[in-house]
Ligand binder design. Structure first.
Ligand code: GDP
Length: 478
């Protein structure tokens, strides 16, 4: 993050000699190639009437660590992290419980199941980590916060019910995150189970089963009768193997907060998923805007553990406050640094809440296109009837303004929901409502997430306004 005199001069469009003079005035002797510190930068800039906000490389720091420590020789296979998604009542919770109960590792048998937000099972000597909150809302909330914790999605579809609206949502959420999908065709025990209908319906969404010449794995099962589970787990391991999931257990520990709460007796408790390195009791961690020394770690069997390696979920005790799901955590060598980083993040967070964010909006779309930040405009379409959804999709996907195109990442019939907004936020998309409105909660989330929601009643107006925005000719909104 250091800046030289010459670079600062360029940044604030002044001569280096002017900067050097100002610095002298402050009692700092500097040459053009000398690096100056944050305080000096701010003082000099403010003298020139320029307000400079020195951004600490908070998250870049974490990113650097990733690159710096990705020593190929040290990489080892790590367990896949799996999320279960699907329509309500199609059996997600039953499946999660069935897998957990039938696959306890030998050494951990006898432990008491703790719902900490994630759990791990062992299959033919290999481990798989499941996120314990079914559904795509949690998944996308985390993604909206910049966390990518899922390697594989298991899409549960009830064989007697087929593809339903939330099935489609789940598919689009997984696709937007580039996460491979395995289809679990559930409730095969039911007399009216019709797996071919599920295959047929899913093929319309690009999920073509291997039997039909595609590359999506379909596993028929019954979560209730616990049949087909082994095959599902084998398939998860197969997909994981193809993805070559790796981590370095010796790297600086980092990962993501899965869930967190304030426990009356124990204080702030956070379940974290270690994604690189090995976390140990006594480590100093920063998680989002919180920090502390790890006092104890408890696994999903309620056992105290001393260390947690890649893909291993544990509850940690010892943070000074409750972090949020999706927060990144990193282990630090030094408590003072950890505290100052957490404080900087609090400040940054406040700033973001004040509206300094770079979400795509129609207003500044043109600018973002010009700056090369946007090559494709992601949109979500919600309309009152299917006919309008299709008509809009067709027209919008034809738009091509100087190579910039519109990509419909999700569409559906009905009001704009919170889940739509979260997907938009996570995928930097705008939401188009045609003869529909946001649900009250969705409206609130759109405001806090700064997602641009546009409501229309005439198809022509949608196309016209999008094209105008892409050309930088949008009429200002009053
Ligand atoms: P979720 O909303 O997707 O988490 O669905 P649940 O796991 O709560 O299941 C909804 C209902 O379907 C419950 O009554 C389950 O007992 C039932 N169910 C789940 N899996 C099966 C199955 O394989 N066969 C049958 N017959 N019922 C199932």
């Amino acid at each position: 993050g250091a800046v030289t005199v010459g670079e600062l001069a360029k940044l604030i469009k002044r001569e280096p000699s002017e900067i050097i003079k100002k610095l002298l005035f402050l009692g700092i002797m500097a040459t053009i190639n000398q690096e100056i510190d944050t305080d000096a930068i701010e003082l000099v800039a403010s003298d020139f009437g320029v307000e400079v906000v020195v951004k600490e490389p908070v998250d870049e720091e974490a990113l650097d660590m990733l690159i710096e420590e990705a020593d190929p020789a040290k990489l080892q296979e790590r367990p896949p992290i799996v999320t279960i998604m699907g329509h309500v009542d199609h059996g997600k919770t039953t499946l999660l419980d069935a897998i957990r109960e039938t696959n306890v590792t030998a050494q951990e048998a006898g432990g008491i199941t703790q719902h900490i937000g994630a759990y791990q099972v062992e299959v033919s000597g290999k481990k798989i980590t499941f996120l314990d909150t079914p559904g795509h809302e949690a998944f996308t909330t985390m993604r909206a916060r910049g966390a990518q914790v899922t390697d594989i999605t298991v899409l549960v579809v009830a064989a007697d019910d087929g593809v339903m609206p939330q099935t489609v949502e789940a598919i689009n959420h997984a696709k937007a995150a580039n996460v491979p999908i395995i289809v679990a065709v559930n409730k095969m025990d039911k007399p009216d189970a019709n797996p071919d209908r599920v295959r047929q319906e899913l093929s319309e969404y690009g999920l073509i089963s291997e039997e039909w010449g595609g590359d999506t794995i379909f596993v028929p099962l019954s979560a209730k009768q616990r049949t087909g589970l082994d095959q599902l787990l084998e398939m998860i391991l197969l997909v994981a193997e193809m993805a070559e999931l790796k981590a370095d257990p010796t790297a600086r520990p980092r990962g993501t907060v899965i869930e967190a709460e304030l426990d009356k007796g124990r204080g702030p408790v956070a379940t974290v998923l270690v994604q690189n390195g090995t976390m140990r009791v006594g480590d100093i961690v920063v998680a989002g805007t919180t920090f502390g020394r790890v006092r104890a770690m408890v696994n999903d069997k309620g056992r105290r553990v001393k260390e947690a390696g890649p893909s291993y979920p544990v509850e940690i005790l010892g943070l000074n406050d409750v972090p949020s799901a999706g927060d990144l955590f990193v282990v630090y060598d030094d408590e003072r640094k950890a505290r100052s980083l957490a404080e900087k993040r609090i400040a940054k967070h406040r700033q973001e809440q004040l509206g300094v964010q770079s979400r795509v909006t129609l207003e500044d779309l043109y600018k973002q296109i010009q700056e090369g930040d946007v090559k494709e405009l992601n949109v979500i379409i919600k309309a009152d009837v299917q006919g309008s959804v299709e008509a809009l999709t067709g027209s919008l996907e034809k738009i091509d303004i100087a190579g910039v195109r519109v990509k419909v990442i999700h569409k559906g019939v009905g009001a704009i929901t919170e889940s739509d907004i979260l997907l938009a936020s996570a995928s930097n998309a705008i939401v188009i409502g045609f003869n529909v409105r946001p649900e009250p909660n969705a409206g609130r989330v759109a405001e806090s997430e700064k997602v641009d929601v546009r409501l229309y009643r005439v198809i022509y107006n949608v196309i016209e306004e999008l094209e105008a925005a892409m050309k930088g000719m949008l009429d200002p909104e009053y």
